[in-house]
Design a protein around this ligand. Sequence first.
Ligand code: UDP
Length: 234
Amino acid sequence: MKYKRILLKLSGEALMSDKSYGIDSSLLEKYSQQIKNIHDKGIEIAIVIGGGNIYRGIESEKSGIDRVQGDYMGMLATLMNSMALQSHLEKLECDTRLMSGFNIDQVCEPFIRRRAIRHLEKGRIVIFGAGLGKPYFTTDSTASLRAVEIEANIVLKGTRVDGVYDSDPEKVKDAIKFNEISFDEAYERNLKIMDMTAFTLCKENNLPIIVFDMNKPGNLVKLVEGKKVGTLIY
Ligand code: UDP
């Protein structure tokens, strides 16, 4: 296998599929099966899942909720997605642990770095919920910081598109896809891969990112086998 330990980032929006809000459980079922497939190969897996399908802090002010309050609501949204994913993984008999960025003891453990690493070593799939537990961050920043902390080999960012393009492929017809691109070039071209905090953290810690289409079954297995899928940012 190409990687020993990975951090998989799933966006909340991807969970919506064609519903206008909420969690599409058939998608979660598919994702869980793919995660199990790489787990069976002995890969140590940590997961961060977004909350954009339920709530986004940045949009809160429009509805009269202040930003910080909205961000905490967004963190709770990520926890709901994390709990749903955990249940689906458990249905497939995967051993899992949910660790939270803020204390919510009835449903999950607090994030403790050494404990998270221990879980991974024991073959448990660790889900990091509630982001970093702090407002003004995103789940992308959570993914990069946690990946650095647990010494993951790579951040795999599963999205609805199959990589990074020079312009938005959902809007521009002949957008060109990169097979790989350096952090510096991605920055110069102002490509939106992750928010700046997340992007900088990966760059400064030499932590590569692969952006790939999570909705295509088999992609995750190909990636951990070292096959070229999506776009590598290095
Ligand atoms: N959030 C936060 N701090 C964190 C992680 C998340 O405040 O450390 C909030 C923020 O409001 C964000 C929301 O949680 O908008 C949902 O996460 P995100 O937008 O990253 O989800 P995604 O876009 O991946 O679905």
